[in-house]
Structure formats: C-alpha cells, structure tokens
Design a protein around this ligand. Structure first.
Ligand code: FEO
Ligand code: CA
Ligand code: CA
Length: 660
C-alpha cells in the first residue's frame, strides 16, 4: 500500500444512505442489504435461478487441501508447459542446473494471464481449436527453487542467495531475469487428445532484458531519459507480468504489476514517481539484481538512485519505464514490444476490452492492484476500423478513473492535462507528467479508493463490466463506502457496472455488487443468499467470460493465509463458474498446495480450456526449505524435482463444451 493521499473517503464527504456503524466485521448488516436493494439498471437485475435456465451443467467439487488438481466428474486435467519446458534455441531440458541462458530458451516461471491465439492469426477468438500460439505471462520467480546454490539455505519465497561480499552471482541474476516476462509457444492437439509444444520459428521468450519501445505521450519525455536511452524512447524488459489483455487487432498485452520493489533508490529525497509507487527505499530491492557481480549495465540499472551528473548518465528514471501495458505481436517473432503509456502507469493487473464497433472508439479497462487504488478506463481518440486497427489506437485518447457514488451511480473522471485541475499550478506539467504520475493525478481528481482491483471481464452479450476486488485488510470502519462496504475486508468481492445508455464511451455508469465472497455466515450472492459448501470462496482474482457468458472466477488466497486460521475452511486456491444472470456459482476446480489458480481461456470451440497453476509450494517456510521439506511436489510428484508452475489443459470426456 502506498496511497497516503488526502483524497477523501466518501464517509468524510457524503451523507451516506448506509448505516455504517451497523457494518461490523464478520456480519452482514443492514448497510449491505440496502446496497443490494438500491437502484440498478435493468441490465444488472437478477433472474431467479432454476434447473432450466442455468448455464452451469457440472457437479461442484468440494474444498481440497490435496497436492493435486481436482475437476468435476466427466472432466480430465493434464499438465502442459511447466516452468523450464524447452521451447526454442537448443531446446535445453529442464534441470535445476540450467544456466541463465538456458532459461531464456525455456518456459518462464510463475505462469499468470494467458491467451490462445488460433494459428491462422486473423482473430483472437476465431479459428483453429487444435493448433495455435499459447502466450503466457510469468509474474515473478522464486530464487530458492531456481538455483542449485540455494539448496539447504533458509530461504522464503522472496529470498535469494548472496555472495559473502553482498553481491550476487551474475548468472543467477540472468536466470531470474530470463524466468520473467512472457512465453510465446506454438502448441497443437495430438490424436490422443493431449497437447504438445510444436517447434516453430514464432516460439519466443520475452524477458526482463528484451529491448522495448516507449510510445504515447511519455515517449521522449525527460521523465524516461536514461543512460540506455538518452532520448527517452526505449527501455529493456518487462517484469511482474500479472494478467494480460487481448486487442481486437489480434495482439497480446502484458501488464506490469508489482514492478516497483525491483528498483532501489537510496537517495535522501525520493521523487513522487518513485515514492507513490513503492520503489524500495530501505536498502534492498526485491531480488537484488543491481548487485550482480559483473556490474554490467543491464543489471545495475535496477539501482535507481541519482548517482550521475544528469539523468542520462544514470538510472534514476529507469522505474519510470515500468508500470505500463506492453503490446506484443505473437505472430511476428522479430517485432519489438511496445510500452503504451496512454493506458497509465500503476500496478496494472490486466486490461479488458469492450467488443469493438466499426467507426466507434475502442474502450478498455484496467485495475491498479494495491490497497486503496483505482479502476481506470481508456477511450481511443480515433475510431476503430477493422481493416486498419493497430496499437496506434492505444497512443491517443483519454484515460479516465472511476468514482463510485453511494447511490449506485458512478462517474469517469478524465486524467487530461488542463482538465479537472490537472494543471501546472497543481503540479502537473503536461500529459506525460500526468501519465507517469497516474496515481497522483487520480488522487487529485477524487477517484474512489478500492479494495485491490484485480482482473476485469466483460459480458459479451451486453457489455456489463465485472471487476474482482480481492481484499483489503487495511480498510477501517470509517473508510467503508458503498462500493467497498466491508471494513477489514479479508474476503473480497466482485463489483460490476453498466455504462450509461449501454455506450462504452459514456462518462457515467450504474453499478452494483455481484457477490460478497466469504464463508457461509459472511457472504452474499446476487439472490441475497449466502454462499454454501458448493461455492464458498475468498480473494477473487482471475475473472473471464466465455463465449456463452459463463463467468469464471479464480482465487488467490495469499501464501501467508492459505489453510491457516479463518482461511483454512477455503482450502487450496480454486476456480468457480458463475451465471451472471442468476448469480448462481459452482466450484469447478481445486488446485495443489501453496499455489494460486490464474489465467483462463478456451479454444474457440470451447472444448479445451487452459488455466495456470502459479507458485505451487510457495507456502513452504524458510526452515522447511532449508530442511528439504517441500510441501508440494506438483506436478512431477518426484521428491527430486521442485514444484513448478504450469498450464493445465481441461477437457470434457464426452468432448463437450467446458462448463456445460
Ligand atoms: Fe498479480 Fe494482483 O495479482
Ligand atoms: Ca492476479
Ligand atoms: Ca493476486
């Protein structure tokens, strides 16, 4: 959490219709009831569920603490491309002894957002259902599972081996940087129904070292000039790629989420473009990449102090080249990824697009996943034209931030230079300054501080937008508002809205809460009833609508809470499916120990689903790791092989559509 802005909470400025004092932790009080009874648009009204109108045809699976994947009766789950699977170059086999260079030819670590691009390359959702490019984000890495040198050391999930003089072995740093980024690999279905990697010239790793271009208003700004790019047009790499987006013109967007702590600033005065994002200032960065013993430029740049005579002689501006949405053309292995600065700089979870309409602007949404941060919308200046659409649509438009009013309405507040007080008198010099300091600009215009916005998803039938709000244990009772109604929100909820007049470019909307997650005595579905044994869940994160408007919900209970205390009743992280009309929810899948379930897409025929299992074994403590007691061995189940993140392929045994 780094939002210390004085941007007021609703509770201090509005006469709420909610009786907040009745909202007590652990109970559902009148406030929440009145919120559900509030004015909502027809498009958001619930229909009663019945056996005849449900979209969900499978039998729910129970909560699980087992080190395995469980899917409903009649379904099969198979592992595909675990971390270390070779995809390019000399195709080095996975081994703990792999070098940094070898990791760059293999699938990265900690799989997250993902898309299956049918091989024809014409549309992201139409074409082959047996052959395509799977594009997968790798959010972060666990050094302890990465290096042979870590065996026997007392290391937690973020711990890393260091030399006696405090520096790091350069090849370890290289291996960690090559474990980050994105994997692009061709896969195809075999005659026995399994899927395999295909050797293809488009197979490619994008890493924390890949050269990238900066576009949009920040291109060329003084705020991104560095020793590597004195004209502020380029940078190297993408990191902490959490969720993703898919453009209407068939490219992939990867989103930089918790990038800030990878950088270290030791200066006395830390600028707002570092401080407001949480760049490390306590002497250590997340992985200590700036400590690589070769002292090569690509590593020391993670030290972001002002050490040179000017910004073009050091890396004080390197953190400003991160926190963006990055576009990758998976079909062109020689293409340079592009950081699109008009989509704002923050802890981007993912980005989700409204269906494009010929002649109308394109519209997309992105959440800033940190406590008390915001939800944003981008509207292009130019209209969408299928024949010519490209990433240029993301380089000129308007970025808005959401304000959720207590009466069930909401407003999009423009973060545009010269509007809403975003002027030099108030500390914003130009549009580039606003975008590099997106959070500060959003504070200034009075956006609503949310409970950690994660993935968004859009109902393909009506354009209603859903966002997961995963949790916020820091929200105090005097800070609750209608959109974030629970103090100490340990469980999370899902909010949704409908743009005014069903027009995605509208500057107002109406919203309600789709589900309050939690145990049976502290949860609420659209029907007004609590969740039960078939669907209790907490900490919603991944969210995706399939073509039949089934809403898939994935959970991320943090590793310090999983199977502990009040969280024990929810077991391992899971995936559920919901009917957006009735609010019915059923648990579809449970994952192995220590992981989160994240990333979900199907082939166009909806008969193969891909999901990701990220960080199995992350709940292994430092002491357990040192003693070799690793609590997950998924997926290999071999005592000599560490747990590995992987994609999981789910099929229905009768060949049917997933979820029916
Ligand atoms: Fe990387 Fe917000 O999950
Ligand atoms: Ca996530
Ligand atoms: Ca998460």
């Amino acid at each position: 959490m780094s939002n210390r802005s004085s941007n007021p909470f609703f509770s201090s400025i509005l006469n709420s219709r909610l009786q907040r004092r009745q909202v007590l932790r652990g109970t559902l009080a009148a406030a929440v009831t009145s919120m559900f009874a509030g004015p909502i648009m027809d498009g958001l009204k619930a229909r009663p569920a019945s056996a005849n109108n449900t979209k969900l045809g499978f039998k729910p699976v129970p909560i699980s603490e087992a080190d395995t994947i469980v899917v409903p009766e009649g379904y099969t789950a198979r592992v595909l491309i675990p971390w270390g699977e070779p995809i390019s170059g000399s195709f080095p086999r996975y081994s703990l002894k792999n070098t940094g260079a070898e990791q760059g030819m293999q699938v990265g670590q900690h799989h997250d957002g993902m898309h299956f691009f049918p091989i024809e390359g014409k549309s992201p959702y139409e074409g082959s259902s047996v052959d395509g490019l799977l594009v997968v984000n790798h959010e972060y890495i666990e050094p302890r599972y990465t290096h042979a040198a870590a065996v026997g050391q007392a290391l937690g999930p973020d711990g890393f081996p260091q030399k006696e003089d405090g520096t790091r072995e350069t090849d370890q740093v290289l291996k960690e940087m090559n474990g980050h980024g994105v994997t692009i690999t061709r896969i195809s279905r075999q005659s026995d129904g399994s899927w395999r990697v295909v050797r293809d010239q488009r197979n490619r790793r994008i890493t924390a070292l890949t050269p990238m271009e900066i576009r949009g208003p920040v291109r060329g700004s003084d705020l991104v000039k560095t020793k590597y790019s004195p004209d502020g047009t380029r940078t190297r790499g993408t990191i902490n790629n959490c969720a993703h987006g898919v453009t209407p013109w068939n490219t992939y967007l990867t989103c930089e989420e918790n990038w800030a702590r990878y950088f270290l600033n030791n200066d006395e005065d830390v600028p707002r473009d570092h401080e407001r994002y949480g760049v490390s200032t306590d002497g250590t960065s997340r992985y200590g990449w700036e400590l690589a013993d070769s002292k090569a430029d690509e590593y020391i740049r993670f030290g972001a102090s002002a050490s040179g005579a000017s910004a073009t002689e050091d890396y004080r501006n390197e953190p400003n080249a991160f926190g963006w949405v990055v576009e990758i053309d998976p079909f062109n292995p020689n293409s340079t990824p592009v950081k699109h600065t008009y989509l704002g700089r923050f802890a981007h979870e993912g980005v989700v697009f409204q269906s494009p309409v010929e002649g109308q602007p394109i519209v997309c949404y992105s959440g800033d996943d940190a406590r008390f941060e915001y939800i944003y919308k981008y509207v292009s200046a130019q209209p969408y034209c299928q024949a010519t659409a490209s990433g240029a649509l993301l380089d000129d438009g308007t970025l808005y931030v959401a304000r959720f009013n207590e009466d069930g309405t909401g407003n999009w507040l423009a973060l545009k230079f010269g509007e809403n007080g975003l002027t030099p008198e108030n500390g914003f010099q130009d549009q580039a300054d606003i975008l590099v300091n997106t959070r500060t600009a959003a504070d200034f215009v009075g956006a609503t501080k949310m409970d950690r916005p994660e993935w968004g998803a859009i109902d393909p039938r009506n354009g209603n937008v859903y966002f997961t709000l995963t949790n916020n244990s820091n929200r105090k009772s005097e800070q609750v508002d209608a959109a974030n109604p629970r103090p100490e929100n340990d469980w999370g909820h899902i909010i949704r809205w409908s743009e005014a007049g069903k027009n995605p470019t509208a500057t107002s909307f109406q919203w309600d809460i789709f589900v309050l997650a939690g145990p049976e005595d502290d949860s609420r579905k659209l029907s007004g009833r609590p969740l039960n044994a078939d669907n209790i869940f907490v900490n919603p994160d991944g969210l995706w609508f399939d073509a039949d408007a089934r809403l898939w919900i994935q959970t991320d209970i943090g590793e310090s809470s999983q199977n502990q205390g009040e969280f024990a009743q929810f077991g391992n992280n899971q995936m559920l499916a919901a009917d957006p009309d009735t609010g019915e929810i059923r648990r579809f899948l449970t994952g192995p120990i220590g992981q989160e379930i994240t990333g979900v897409v199907t082939t166009p025929d909806q008969r193969t689903m891909f999901i990701n299992v990220q960080h199995p074994g992350a709940t292994t403590s430092e002491e357990e790791f040192a003693a070799g007691k690793i609590n997950s061995r998924w997926p290999n189940q071999d005592p000599k092989i560490y747990p590995r993140s992987a994609t999981v392929v789910i099929t229905k045994d009768d060949g049917g559509i997933i979820g029916t």
